[in-house]
Ligand binder design. Structure first.
Ligand code: FAD
Length: 355
């Protein structure tokens, strides 16, 4: 059976981002790479959005970028600017196409459906398939979104809506998220932060229909695309293994308070690429311990007081948007952290330290 220098398990966002980073930095000229990916064909299956706080390789896959956003709770709306860190939406279809077109030109890169098709004994492995145990106490960000099209101009495509909490909370945390790609096209998503033990939250289609028709007051539209997912708001468990690094969701690249993962994956890929010659000896790349600690407290409050979260998120965005964006994207300094912490209800958060 064939042997390879490197193996990437899972050719999704993290696996392909890493392969691309290695390829464009000419690390696969003398080395061989096998990508293990069971999917039969690549097509758009996700939209990855984030504030662009760092450079990445996929500006040409950005479907739309915004410099304004809003957040609302019942009877209150806050309009905010993000000129310094525009919010970008990457189309996964364009992302897969760009990377696969590049990789297929390199004879040192091969795709396989199963790892059993190759000899992996002497390879260095990058694994993006998480081992996730469904435990009843764990929190998830679970959601469903549709892209819709209208015949007449309907949306203001200069501004996106990050969180609309003016909806049924069902003793959890629930919001809608709307990304207007143009005046006639938008992604509308229903999102829950919960333990996923209330099946009623999964009537996503009804929630979205009701929101579009009775909240946005849009009656004539057609659905052109649908996506659904659940992001674990806890770190997958793994055993430390020699010659293996976990990447992507499996590698703890999700910011637990927000679910944002895409840009962390890009930074992790750059880190691996810079250290590839010495990869078995370098320090593990992590989201900083500071954010792990703060997110842990935040999620404890969320579990205990879901009813307070709309106000907490709304208040957080009363700080300067630049500060909040940096905080949510792991780029804030100590003073910026403090300014966010001071916006939080103090007693609830202090008590959460001792749960
Ligand atoms: C619908 C959706 C929308 C999201 N939106 C955002 C967003 O807007 N912003 C953001 O920052 N994050 C977002 N995320 C979170 C995160 O960025 C994505 O989940 C991202 O795809 C994670 O990359 P990954 O490589 O870890 O996992 P994936 O992209 O899921 O890749 C894993 C790959 O492993 C393959 N695989 C599965 N089983 C095996 C196996 N046994 N052997 C080999 N391969 C296998 C899968 O086919 C897949 O291609 C979203 C997640 C989802 C599910």
């Amino acid at each position: 059976m064939k042997e390879f220098d490197y193996i990437i398990i899972g050719g999704g966002c993290a696996g392909l981002s890493l392969a691309y980073e290695l390829e464009i930095n000419e690390k696969l000229k003398e080395k061989t790479l096998a990508i293990i990916e069971p999917r039969i064909e690549y097509k758009k299956d996700k939209t990855w959005s984030f504030w662009k706080v760092a450079a990445h390789n996929f500006d040409d896959c950005v479907k739309k970028s915004w410099e304004n956003f809003s957040i609302n709770i019942p009877k209150k709306t806050n309009h905010l600017e993000c000129i310094n860190y525009p919010y970008q939406s990457v189309d996964s279809g364009l992302f897969y196409e760009k990377i696969n077109n590049k990789l297929k030109k390199n004879k040192n890169v091969s795709f396989f459906k199963k790892i059993s098709e190759i000899n992996s004994k002497n390879s260095f492995i990058f694994n993006s398939v998480p081992s996730i145990k469904k435990e009843h106490l764990n929190l998830w960000q679970h959601f469903s979104g549709v892209e819709i099209e209208t015949q007449n101009n309907f949306f203001d495509d200069e501004i996106f809506n990050l969180m609309d909490f003016d909806c049924d909370q069902r003793e959890s945390v629930h919001f809608f998220y709307t990304l207007p790609y143009s005046k006639t096209k938008a992604l509308v998503e229903t999102t829950w932060l919960s333990k996923m033990n209330d099946g009623s939250q999964k009537d996503y289609d009804n929630q979205i229909k009701d929101y579009i028709e009775n909240h946005l007051n849009l009656k004539n539209y057609k659905i052109t695309y649908k996506e659904e997912g659940a992001i674990p708001l806890f770190y997958p468990s793994y055993e430390v293994e020699k010659n293996k690094i976990n990447i992507g969701t499996a590698g703890g690249m999700t910011r637990l308070s927000t679910g944002y993962t895409f840009l962390n994956i890009q930074e992790h890929s750059k880190y691996i690429c810079q250290n590839i010659e010495n990869i078995s000896k370098v320090k593990k790349f992590n989201i900083s311990k500071k954010y792990q600690f703060l997110d842990d407290i935040f999620l404890k409050v969320l579990k205990k007081h879901p009813e307070k979260m709309p106000d907490i998120f709304f208040k957080m965005f009363e700080s300067s948007p630049k500060t909040v964006i940096k905080f949510l994207s792991n780029k804030s300094n100590f003073l910026e952290d403090l300014s966010i912490i001071f916006k939080m209800p103090k007693w609830i958060f202090i008590k959460a330290l001792f749960y």
